[in-house]
Design a protein around this ligand. Structure first.
Ligand SMILES: CC(=O)N[C@H]1[C@@H](OP(=O)(O)O)O[C@H](CO)[C@@H](O)[C@@H]1O
Ligand SMILES: [Mg+2]
Length: 546
């Protein structure tokens, strides 16, 4: 048994776990543990124990813990663990975290903790390090207290970075673990993040002009103050970047993600009502922890037009593929795009047929996309909701610096590729970094929003949420595009889809909500709506809908 045993038990008594109703359990889901904040104190304490174990297991590398509930309402919160290179927690460990968090008593907790240590061959005397941050939710303060107690009880070195965006915490985790090595990711500080990004932004622009102001809706979350801080690092003499930061009130928690932010814009398919949108102005929205990004504008004639994750993905892929060609590297580097089944079919056709790049489809959840993107030298991945990034292999980055340019144009392309690789957060989707990338690309191409929008036309689509008695009846195959269970359901969907032109539809159980989701797209709005409703009805019938 560990020497910290009495400390763990007494600290755990100060942060008790709230028992859930019979038959329910806490679960490390797609984005860690996420729920009403008043259920989370004990959960967060226990996540601290898991983070300490994980650090010890990985030879004392620093592990990150982020306290956020992203685009959820202000009363929610969440806690998730970040692996050493800034990736999401390894999947096996999600199960260990779930096990530990659900221990019914303090003594059972200690027993599970020790069992895990034995089972995973963890030497509890190995030093451990955990770094953490939180978004602007008021409940974060108390949760950080519980986390700090767990780290103290397990003799874990802890660094409190206070309020951060989620991608900043991922950045800092990677920087901490690569500091002083040849693969150092950057200075280990929030300032280091701003400096790295601002420097890469100027370098990637290479004197190109950004056309007109950009309005950034920050969902009244942590992105607001952090974006304002970042802008101080952009040298005014080198770049004219006219950013209007709006919805950045972090002093009134009740307005967090309320009628604004990337999730609102994507799901409601309209601009935030406040501030009143300026006709023609280039706008974008971040979500509550600044890892999602959606662009849009309101056109004088045609009204609201949204450029979502699929659009950012195809824009980035086309730009990078052009640069790779201009640099004479098309034979050396494999570029690919990773999407989920929710990507609009028109974007997939555009990428495969027009850009002639391979597209891979994975299950929902960024960790799956990230993993698949690692198989390319340049892997572009985005969920349609605006969460994503571009991953460059170590070899690709080395090549950008090492290749001898044969012409000024080649040198220009190689320099831009190197700058873009520095600008894009390699650890996780980062709304601020992605926004700077989009601005760089539009400036390079001298494109307006309309130029970007006309690259392809989205198929009309509909997403429907269906409540069923037991969502676990619905099991999928083929990257969630087909149902294997319940028996017969997929056949009925297939029969339905056949009746429409350019149509596609699928159903799956949500990983974050107690419901199923149905997605349908077809040649016309009417057809897409009709198909979505019919498939929703099939799901209801099979799930004994409530
Ligand atoms: C259709 C949709 O947008 N699904 C979202 C949502 O997952 P569901 O499993 O569909 O509930 O939340 C995930 C976590 O934020 C995000 O990765 C995903 O894209
Ligand atoms: Mg988020």
């Amino acid at each position: 048994m560990s020497t910290e045993a009495p400390k763990i038990v007494s600290a755990s008594k100060r942060h008790p776990i709230v028992p859930l109703p019979a038959g329910q359990a806490y679960k490390y889901g797609t984005a860690g543990f996420r729920m009403k904040a008043d259920l989370l104190e004990g959960v967060t304490f226990r996540v601290g124990l898991i983070a300490a174990l994980r650090s010890r297991k990985l030879n004392s590398q620093a592990i990150g813990v982020m306290i956020t509930a992203s685009h959820n309402p202000a009363i929610d919160n969440g806690v998730k663990v970040v692996d050493p290179m800034g990736e999401m927690l390894e999947q096996d460990w999600e199960a260990y975290a779930t096990l530990l968090v659900n221990a019914p008593t303090d003594d059972a907790l200690l027993e599970t903790y020790n069992k895990l240590a034995t089972q995973l061959k963890i030497d509890l005397s190995t030093p451990a390090k955990v770094i953490y941050g939180r978004d602007t939710r008021p409940s974060g303060h108390k949760l950080v207290g519980a986390l700090a107690d767990a780290l103290d009880a397990t003799n874990t070195e802890a660094v409190d970075y206070k309020i951060l965006t989620t991608p900043q915490l991922h950045y800092l985790t990677r920087c901490t673990n690569t500091e002083g090595t040849p693969s150092s990711y950057g200075k280990v500080s929030e300032v280091g993040y701003y400096e790295k990004m601002a420097e890469a932004f100027v370098r990637a622009l290479k004197g190109r002009k950004i056309d007109g102001p950009l309005t950034v809706d920050c969902a009244n979350g942590v992105g607001g103050p952090k974006l304002r801080e970042f802008l101080k690092y952009v040298p005014k003499d080198k770049v004219k970047f006219d950013v209007k930061v709006v919805n950045d009130d972090v002093l009134r928690p009740e307005v967090l993600n309320l009628d604004c932010g990337a999730d609102f814009v994507k799901t409601k398919q309209r601009a935030p009502p406040s501030p009143k949108p300026v006709i023609g102005a280039r706008c974008c929205s971040l979500d509550g922890d600044a890892d999602r990004l959606i662009y849009y504008w309101v056109d004088e004639k045609t009204g609201f037009f949204m450029l979502d994750g699929d659009r950012i993905s195809s824009l980035a892929a086309s730009f990078i593929a052009d640069l790779v060609r201009a640099a004479g590297l098309e034979e050396d580097l494999r570029i690919g795009v990773v999407q989920t089944a929710y990507a609009n079919g028109a974007s997939t056709s555009y990428i495969t047929q027009h850009l002639r790049l391979p597209v891979v489809c994975t299950p929902t959840g960024v960790k799956h996309l990230h993993h698949a993107a690692c198989n390319f030298d340049v892997g572009v991945y985005f969920e349609a909701n605006g969460h994503g990034t571009v991953l460059f292999s170590a070899e690709a980055i080395r090549t950008f610096g090492a290749k001898e340019p044969q012409s000024p144009a080649q040198k220009d392309a190689l320099d831009t590729l190197a700058a873009v690789a520095d600008l894009i957060n390699q650890t996780v989707g980062d709304a601020i970094s992605d926004m700077l990338l989009v601005e760089v690309i539009l400036a390079h191409k001298s494109w307006t929003m309309r130029d970007w929008a006309v690259t392809y036309t989205d198929l009309p689509n509909r997403l429907v949420r269906v409540e069923v008695a037991d969502k676990d009846l619905f099991r999928t195959t083929d990257a969630e595009r087909r149902l294997s269970h319940p028996p017969g359901a997929q056949d009925e969907i297939d029969q339905c889809v056949k009746k429409y032109s350019s149509a596609r539809a699928f159903a799956r159980a949500s990983g974050t909500e107690n419901a199923c989701r149905v997605y349908a797209e077809a040649a016309t709005r009417v057809e897409a709506d009709e198909l979505a409703n019919k498939v929703a009805q099939i799901v209801k019938n099979h799930g004994s809908g409530v």
